[in-house]
Design a protein around this ligand. Structure first.
Ligand code: MTE
Ligand code: MO
Length: 212
């Protein structure tokens, strides 16, 4: 391989392969806060709640979730700890499919993704509906490993990795913005890696709700 290929073949003026301040790491070492939960299929469900158009809550058992339409996506994965994992192949249910089956009220502006033990991450509804956002059950053609979010994780590849909630259990539709777990603890509300939105002290008015 020649030296120039390291940049991913990006020509003069083209977008670089990785966002600023990121280095490639090919080994996907798990990164999370707290314990890895045990999966009990008979107790597991996935819910959509909050400001749905019907005001009702939607619920899928593990079996029901398994019959939803699926997609494959391959995306770079960017952790705020300055490493990126290139070309991660994910498979699962597109977020757009969840929103189609559980329509939000027209006032919904943001969603909160909830994992086991109350881990959470907020994002604009437009980010949730972005191309490539998937509720993933598989990575590299195999079921997710427990430490990577088995049985279900969110993947929001265009934002820093902490928005990609592992052990996903529900999505809350919100009519305003509210901070999730890391967004309350000093991380940027927006989390766009191409703008290096790493820390909340970089936020400008309008980037997010006040911190508690
Ligand atoms: N539930 C939960 N999801 C989480 C985290 C966490 O601590 N808890 N960490 C996030 C962070 S900071 C990153 S970079 C990615 C890492 O995903 P991976 O362990 O599969 O590489 O998971 C995200 N999802
Ligand atoms: Mo991360």
């Amino acid at each position: 391989m020649s030296e120039g290929e390291d940049a991913g073949g990006a020509g003069e003026g083209a977008r670089p392969r990785l966002p600023p301040g990121q280095a490639a790491r090919f080994e996907h070492r798990p990164q999370h806060y707290g314990r890895v939960p045990v999966f009990r299929p008979e107790r597991w469900d996935f819910r959509v709640f909050g400001a749905t158009a019907s005001l009702g809550t939607y619920r899928w058992t593990w079996d029901e979730f398994g019959s939803l339409p699926r997609t494959d996506v391959v995306r770079d994965f960017h952790c705020v700890m300055r490493f990126s994992v290139p070309d991660v192949p994910w498979a699962g249910v597109p977020a757009t499919e969840i929103v189609r089956l559980a329509p939000p009220s027209p006032e919904v502006t943001h969603v909160m993704a909830w994992g086991e033990y109350g881990y959470s991450a907020n994002m604009r509804v437009g980010d949730f509906l972005s191309e490539g956002v998937v509720l993933a059950t598989h990575r590299d053609g195999a079921r997710l490993a427990p430490e990577h979010g088995f049985p279900l994780r969110l993947v929001v590849p265009h934002l820093y990795g902490w928005k990609s909630v592992k052990w996903l259990r529900s999505v809350e539709y919100m009519v305003g913005d509210r901070r999730g777990f890391w967004e309350e603890r000093g991380y940027h509300n927006g989390a766009d890696p191409w703008k290096e939105e790493r820390y909340s002290h970089q936020e400008r008015p309008g980037n997010g709700p006040p911190r508690r």
